[in-house]
Write a protein that binds this ligand. Structure first.
Ligand SMILES: C[S@@+](CC[C@H](N)C(=O)[O-])C[C@H]1O[C@@H](n2cnc3c(N)ncnc32)[C@H](O)[C@@H]1O
Length: 263
């Protein structure tokens, strides 16, 4: 992943930032957004997805890249399971003068929330699929029902695709532990370091933010998920009846494996 050429930025908050706001800060820090969005659009085009295609970002977060695509004329709808992400998406959309709004809900609730809706493309990006069994913004110790949750989610995605439709899904390749400071945040006038940490604990992968105060006090905001590697995810997707085409987004290809999956 290319680091933002501006180096370590300072992001100001006049309130305690939500988990969603910290993710947005991480995206702004770790990605050159226009470059990434252009590469993502080129990947869509190479896979037959156009501005006329009906797209659902199944875990839109704060709108990366769903809102960029909406702004550029794509027909994107958005879903996300986290209340703070939905709020951030809707605020950002309104700030951009867009009418797009995010539906609150989990993949497992799609048949109830968007009954009978069929899409040309489902997007499940940002290492999100790992969380089909839970663990987003939680420190779980294990995921005993992960395989069943992955299979159920993939069947739901399958049902939501038009004939010939595609699922874009990705996963990080980060088998080793890692800690880096990504930027400064200025919270109600106090400078803090924002660190991002990846730790593996047996079959669990934790990806957490750590806010470090000037006196060294640390606040950890955890995420946990099964420690899948790309090969294992590939096998799960194939077992659910999809065929897979690896795709590359150069801005993040060192750290992420992505696929277009289709029936
Ligand atoms: C790493 S963020 C990715 C956000 C955005 N797609 C991006 O690429 O930056 C993971 C997102 O998945 C959402 N999520 C996790 N489990 C979910 C589920 N079961 N159904 C829908 N969204 C889910 C979280 O709320 C979070 O916004």
């Amino acid at each position: 992943m290319k680091l933002n050429p501006n180096g370590l930025k300072i992001f100001p908050f006049n309130h305690q930032p939500s988990f969603a706001e910290l993710w947005e800060v991480a995206i702004e820090t770790l990605y050159d957004r226009p470059i990434y969005v252009n590469e993502f659009k080129a990947m869509l085009e190479a896979n037959g997805i156009t501005k006329g295609s009906r797209i659902l970002d199944t875990c839109s977060g704060g709108g990366f890249p769903a809102l960029d695509l909406v702004r550029d004329g794509y027909r994107v709808e958005a879903l996300d399971a986290s209340v703070d992400m939905v709020e951030l998406y809707n605020c950002r959309s309104a700030d951009l003068g867009l009418i797009s709004r995010c539906t609150h809900g989990r993949w497992q609730e799609l048949p109830r929330l968007l009954p009978g809706q069929k899409y040309d493309l489902l997007i499940c990006r940002g290492n999100s699929f790992r969380h089909a069994a839970g663990g987003w913004n939680k420190a779980e110790k294990g995921f005993p029902n992960a395989d069943a949750a992955y299979h159920e989610t993939l069947q739901i995605f399958r049902e939501a695709l038009k004939p010939g439709g595609r699922l874009y899904v990705d996963i990080s390749r980060d088998p080793t532990n890692h800690r880096e400071m990504i930027c400064w945040i200025d919270v109600e006038g106090r400078h803090e370091q924002l660190n991002f940490v990846i730790e593996h604990d047996g079959a669990v992968r934790r990806a957490s933010f750590i806010r470090v105060s000037p006196d060294g006090t640390e606040i950890k905001l955890p995420n946990s998920a099964p420690a899948l590697v790309p090969y294992e995810l590939e096998q799960l997707i194939k077992k659910a009846g999809f065929r897979l085409q690896p795709v590359s987004i150069p801005a993040e290809s060192e750290l992420f494996q992505g696929w277009m999956a289709h029936i």
